[in-house]
Design a protein around this ligand. Structure first.
Ligand code: HEM
Length: 416
């Protein structure tokens, strides 16, 4: 059994190296397991479908105390569903699982399509549009309407900016981090206030909406969520839905780099659009890894994981593993055509079963939105001006540097 010691803290390297940090550490060991320290704690990095099964077993790894405060204060909110285990986790998770299903995903995607059409109608030929920013506003308008959150059109840009800031600043110190914290403070106060109004009967809200669900939710002890915590979980629906703008910008990038995919999307080929959405989520960088804490001393194959060590599951490495994907750095939507995807196969949003573990409950929303907007984008006539669309793997979360600028040349017809 390997017992590495005298490990140097790697927090700075992780911040500087970004997506390749964990794969590079794993590559240095014969077992493919990284032994390191982050934030002053022992950390063990694993990768692959079997490692994901091991990681998602609550008898091995739990989330309580595993999510660092800088991430809670920006991305997830304090004491959010991400930090819970066992019955308390499943009870809280039920909010998301009732709000998100195939039917509601379709409704949201239709709303996103309409919001995109409204925005596109205002585009002037020859005037540049930053796809990332425009998609954030399109998604903010649609998801707030879908979630039962009243939002005047004039407020959309400022709310969109805050929701993007919370995601953009979670993995970095400095100004981006502080912008994220300020944005979270503002948005928790706003939504907490709405929850109070719903409970007082001062605001009526559509049954089944996310705002109705967080307002009515009871924890395992029968207590309702405080307005702040209800706002945290409502933000955990709205914020990541707006974050799909990262993948919309990536869609622009992919259609530019590989224009051969445009025609199938333009024709409204729904199967191809679905495969395209999956390949976007596999190929492009978003969440580098996820983490939990070893509940006891564990052994993974021949590697020892000390009790209470951080256990990191390498999502980026998994989605770019040659053995799983063959030519993983080629963008090939066809790999997802005409087949089902296993629960531990494609892992940009976690693995396993979202009903029972921490896997993202928002995948149906993400995929439905991307399927809709990839078609809309391909059906839009535009040119792509000179710009810096570099995607640095050192920046977490990564994004095309320019946000992907397009210049509309006219209106296009929609056939989706
Ligand atoms: C941009 C697209 C998205 C990405 C890349 C993404 C990624 C992830 C990842 C990596 C996790 C952690 C899984 C784990 O720890 O096991 C997660 C959890 C979560 N996601 Fe997403 N997600 C996205 C969209 C969404 C959407 C649209 C929603 C809306 C409902 C959502 C809601 C959540 C929630 C509530 C959790 C916590 C689940 C739990 O702890 O049980 N996400 N997501």
């Amino acid at each position: 059994m390997r017992r590495p010691h005298a490990l140097i803290d790697n927090s700075l390297s992780a911040l500087v190296e970004g997506y390749t940090w964990l794969p590079a550490r794993r590559a240095r060991s014969a077992s493919g397991v990284a032994h390191t320290r982050v934030l002053g704690q022992r950390a063990v990095g694993l990768c692959g479908p079997d490692a994901a099964r091991f990681f998602y077993d609550e008898d091995h790894v739990r989330r309580h105390t595993a999510i660092p405060w800088p991430v809670q204060n920006t991305l997830f909110g304090r004491r959010a569903v991400h930090t819970l285990d066992g019955d308390r986790h499943r009870r809280r998770k039920s909010i998301f699982l009732t709000v998100v299903n195939r039917h509601t995903a379709r409704t949201l995607a239709d709303g996103v399509g309409t919001s995109w059409d409204d925005a596109a109608a205002s585009w002037e030929p020859g005037r540049p549009v930053v796809l990332f920013d425009e998609a954030a506003r399109v998604l903010t308008r649609a998801v707030c309407r879908w979630a039962g959150v009243p939002l005047a059109d004039a407020q959309v840009p400022v709310v969109a900016r805050d929701l993007v800031a919370m995601v953009d600043g979670f993995a970095t110190p400095g100004p981006r981090h502080w912008r994220a914290r300020a944005a979270r403070g503002r948005r928790e106060a706003w939504l907490g206030n709405l929850v109070t109004q719903v409970r007082d009967g001062a605001l009526s809200v559509p049954a089944g909406s996310a705002l109705a669900a967080v307002s009515a939710h009871r924890e395992v002890d029968g207590e309702e969520l405080s307005p702040r915590l209800a706002a945290v979980e409502l933000l955990n629906v709205i914020r990541p839905t707006v974050a799909v703008c990262w993948f919309v910008a990536y869609a622009g990038h992919a259609l530019h780099r590989w224009p051969e995919h445009r025609q199938s999307l333009r024709d409204g080929d729904r199967d191809f659009a679905l495969a395209f959405a999956h390949e976007l989520r596999r190929f492009y960088p978003f969440a580098p890894f996820i983490g939990g804490r070893a509940v006891r001393e564990l052994t993974w194959h021949r590697d020892r994981i000390p009790k209470h060590a951080m256990v990191l599951l390498d999502l980026w490495g998994h989605n770019h593993d040659e053995r799983l994907w063959g030519d993983p750095f080629a963008f090939r939507p066809e790999r997802f055509l005409g087949r089902d995807i296993g629960p531990f196969e494609l892992v940009p949003q976690g693995a396993g079963d979202p009903e029972t573990n921490h896997r993202c409950p928002g995948e149906p929303l993400t995929v439905a939105i991307l399927r809709t907007l990839a078609v809309r984008l391909a059906q839009t006539d535009y040119t792509v001006p000179e710009q810096d669309m570099t995607i640095s793997l050192r920046r977490v979360p990564a994004r095309p540097k320019s946000g992907f600028v397009l210049v509309p040349t006219g209106t296009a017809s929609h056939s989706s």
